[in-house]
Design a protein around this ligand. Structure first.
Ligand code: RB5
Length: 152
């Protein structure tokens, strides 16, 4: 698998740790910044990573901010992105199995290093189940920009 990773200043401290976990599993990971812990705006780095995932078909992303909330909301504005804010191994594995998430998000201020390791491993090691979940995931895209249409 190929991954892109980006953070804001509140996720920067664990970026190298996450990269080492992904590499230890035999995957490639490309660092999209930032390069130091100076204050930055999470929407900028969410967009950088989300754009890379969309351009590079079949790749995945990892986004980290303080809570994981701002960076996941931002990434989900990009068409084709399914960014999942995960808090533990179960949510990370379900985000792949049922939602076909293509970006994993979490909060550095929320989870410790042990939980981060289990989240990243679960995300990397779980396949999308397809089947009944496929149509639901397709409906996510159908909903994109539906405002302006008719209300049911
Ligand atoms: C930065 O202080 C913090 O607001 C940001 O990292 C993130 O938690 C926002 O959702």
């Amino acid at each position: 698998m190929k991954f892109y990773i980006a953070t804001d200043h509140a996720g920067f401290a664990v970026k190298d740790y996450v990269k080492s976990i992904v590499e230890s599993l035999g995957h490639e990971i490309i660092d999209l910044g930032p390069n130091d812990s100076s204050r930055v705006d999470y929407p900028d780095f969410a967009k950088r990573c989300a754009d890379a995932v969309i351009r590079d078909s079949g790749s995945f992303g990892i986004l980290i901010c303080g809570t994981g909330i701002g960076i996941s909301i931002s990434a989900n504005k990009i068409k084709g992105i399914r960014a999942a804010l995960c808090h533990n191994e179960y949510t990370a594995s379900m985000s792949r199995a049922h939602n076909d998430a293509n970006i994993l998000c979490f909060g550095e201020r929320v989870v410790g290093k042990g939980v981060i390791e289990s989240i990243v491993k679960a995300f990397c090691n779980t396949q999308f189940e397809g089947g009944r979940h496929k149509g639901r995931v397709e409906k996510i895209e159908d909903n994109f920009c539906s405002f302006g249409g008719e209300f049911d």
